[in-house]
Design a protein around this ligand. Sequence first.
Ligand SMILES: C[S@@+](CC[C@H](N)C(=O)[O-])C[C@H]1O[C@@H](n2cnc3c(N)ncnc32)[C@H](O)[C@@H]1O
Length: 239
Amino acid sequence: MSDYLKFLAKFGIGGAHPGGLPLTKEILKSEKVENSMAILDAGCGTGQTAAYLSRKFRCDVTALDYEKMMLEKAAKRFEREKLPVHIVHGSTENLPFDDQSFDLVLSESVTAFTNITKSLEQYARVLKPGGRLLAIEMTKEGDFTFEEEQKVKEFYGVKDILSEKEWCNEMLHAGFYKVETIAEDTTVKHAPLEEISEFKLSQDFELHLFQIWMEHQEIMNRLRERLTYRIYKAEKSNA
Ligand SMILES: C[S@@+](CC[C@H](N)C(=O)[O-])C[C@H]1O[C@@H](n2cnc3c(N)ncnc32)[C@H](O)[C@@H]1O
């Protein structure tokens, strides 16, 4: 796991994706979420989105993450709010669910950190026919120098940084038949993470992790125009 993901877990950042929960709420407005639906929040982190889905739509929500510290923080949240969210420890690359289990899969700044091909294939497998994937993912815009690319890969622990076209191709290849992309919303893009996130600090938080936070800010400032994100909406065919 990259130091960046370790930092997010220890810091207990809720809404650790661009735009945070306000963007999630905005995206969900155009989705027909009903209480009969089964939804997977893949890479749920501290469970902020999963809690929102369960609270607002009363649907069957599963929150999965491979980082136990994140799941502990999510579990406390669901317990506190008395929400019946299923908590599952596992990887998006090998989802512990039957085929065609979910109506909707959310990946909020998660898939980019994983083996993208494997995770997308897994989302397509566990979605029901006609089911949808909503993903908010780091997207490369324009060119990086070799050093910039290496820095981003090393810091975030990602194998590839995909362009919008590459993300769409990966989704089509994984078995989605329709992929729609929405460019980043500049109003949320420039809101600092601390304004849109909440923090659930671990007691044994190491001070050196603040350095990771500073480095993240520095990379984001330096590559602001080229390391952006997109909202991807992909649909699995009905056949
Ligand atoms: C940037 S955080 C986003 C968390 C959450 N979706 C949110 O928006 O707050 C990325 C999350 O993905 C999780 N993660 C990374 N790789 C994973 C994998 N292969 N399987 C499951 N979770 C993974 C990390 O543990 C972390 O919680």
